[in-house]
Design a protein. Structure first.
Length: 494
């Protein structure tokens, strides 16, 4: 007899009051076909990859069949989108099947993205096209391999149906895994309705799930806000250190758990440019690379506003306490970012002037169109000595700009006891060789959508799973795009 796929679901979010979500089943599709299963992640989640990699597994991962124990829901939330508040958004094309406890004892959501309309779809079809599904699969798994907190991708399935965007495109469903899908916008949903009890229930759920240490604090809700601020500050610092641009940092795309969520028009930059914007809809540069810390703080301020009634009945006192917590963001971000830059430059000790040294390199890179990832990776080898300088110099429009900086960098590293090989090893462990460059992702999507060829997708995923290792056979994946390959805009893909 055939084995059935078993998900040991627990559904704590679906046990919250009915106004937190809408109960809705995925819309069945005609001909589900599994194109990628993340087998190591399946094992981590306590699932059987061989059973998932079966016709029944494909039906579950496409939303055609609901597994036992699932309690499918679309979550309610609001959000500021490019600064404009929308009081009701919610999961318009995503359905949470349930929660499992993974091998580390962490509760993880399993959600289908592109699984059909929900009460929150706002005239949308609730579906996803293959291209955006592949992009999110690639980038989220690359982020995980880089060591950056992120949602994960368990599977990508073709539905056998077309979705209509500008043209007809192959439909697909992504199975997304997160430590939760609760957002700043989830709090805003209840606060906008002046539902203080809803805010409190949500805060208690988040404390129990993500910030258990806050439960025993003298002021649990203050501790919750402080914890969320600390995680977001750290997360955005880590984005900047790898050249990542989220692209659409709306409050409904800001995760309470501190994970990177919602890979729409995201991108990794090629040459360093702090004003870089990729998203086609970000006409004002609100979510430009260097603006991300400022926007994170803006989003966290919106969260703090939601929590004010839990802080104190005295509005002025509550505001002062929230402002004190928000005041810690800048230091938390700067500490993480500066420590990260120090690591990227191979500096083991903290010294005055390190931040200026790093900034001078970044300024020279910006002025000389130097590739962000390649500059730091090749600098890792230059730590061995000036013989390796030519590989870095050639990345700068004016190589002399590098020479002037490198002399100061070598002077600074000479003040530390570590030998060059130790410095090189430490730098290579934080400066990746491989990132999911836009032109590589576009080529993968083109092959899949136009030729039903998933070999490039598989190869890119494999290369990106080892971002810090040399992979000589795949050297072409390290290269910056030629001018004709440059991707100037990325799209949300909704």
């Amino acid at each position: 007899m055939a084995m059935t796929v078993h998900f040991p679901f627990q559904n704590t979010y679906a046990a919250l009051p009915a106004n937190f979500f809408a109960r809705v089943a995925p819309t069945p599709v005609t001909a589900p076909r599994l194109i990628k299963l993340n087998r190591p992640l399946a094992v981590q989640l306590g699932l059987d990859p061989d059973l998932l990699d079966s016709p029944e597994g494909a039906e579950i991962l496409a939303g055609k069949r609901i597994p036992d124990g699932a309690d499918p829901i679309a979550m309610a939330y609001a959000g500021h989108q490019f600064g404009h508040f929308v009081p009701q958004l919610g999961d318009g094309r995503a359905i949470l099947l349930g929660e499992v406890i993974d091998a580390d004892g962490v509760r993880r959501d399993i959600q289908l993205k592109g699984s059909g309309p929900t009460p929150f779809s706002r005239r949308g079809d609730g579906r996803a096209a293959l291209g955006p599904v592949l992009r999110e699969y690639i980038v989220s798994e690359a982020m995980a391999a880089l060591g950056i907190p992120t949602t994960r991708s368990l599977a990508a399935v073709m539905t056998g149906e077309s979705v209509l965007r500008e043209t007809a495109l192959p439909g697909a469903v992504l199975t997304r895994v997160a430590s939760s899908h609760i957002r700043v916008g989830t709090f805003q949903y209840f606060a906008a309705r002046e539902d203080t009890e809803g805010v409190r229930r949500l805060a208690d759920h988040v404390i129990a799930r993500h910030y258990p240490e806050a439960a025993s604090a003298g002021r649990p809700y203050h501790a919750l806000l402080e914890g969320i601020i600390a995680r977001q500050a750290n997360l955005v610092a880590r984005w900047l250190l790898v050249g990542f641009i989220h692209g659409v940092m709306n409050t409904d795309n800001t995760s309470i758990s501190g994970e990177t969520i919602d890979y729409g028009p995201c991108a990794f930059m090629d040459h360093y440019d702090p004003a870089k914007v990729f998203s086609s809809i970000d006409e004002m540069g609100r979510y430009a690379y260097a603006n991300q810390p400022r926007i994170a703080l803006w989003n966290l301020t919106r969260l703090a506003e939601c929590l004010l009634p839990l802080f104190s009945d005295d509005q002025d006192k509550a505001i002062a306490e929230a402002q004190a917590a928000l005041g810690d963001f800048a230091e938390a971000f700067n500490t993480a970012y500066t420590a990260g830059l120090r690591g990227k430059l191979g500096l083991f000790l903290e010294r005055d002037g390190d931040q200026a040294l790093a900034q001078d390199l970044l300024d020279a890179m910006a002025k000389n169109q130097a590739d962000f990832t390649l500059t730091f990776r090749r600098l890792s080898d230059a730590a061995l000595g000036p013989d390796h300088d030519p590989e870095v110099r050639q990345l700068f429009a004016d190589p002399a700009a590098y020479d002037e900086w490198a002399a100061r960098w070598r002077q600074r590293t000479s003040e530390e006891p570590q030998d060059p090989a130790a410095r090189q090893a430490a730098m290579r462990a934080v400066n990746p060789e491989f990132i999911p460059r836009n032109h590589l992702i576009e080529a993968v999507i083109e092959a899949a959508v136009n030729r039903d060829d998933f070999a490039p997708f598989e190869e890119l995923l494999s290369v990106l799973s080892r971002p810090y290792q040399d992979q000589p056979a795949f050297a072409r994946y390290t290269e910056a795009p030629e001018p004709h390959q440059c991707v100037l805009q990325t799209f949300c893909g909704t």
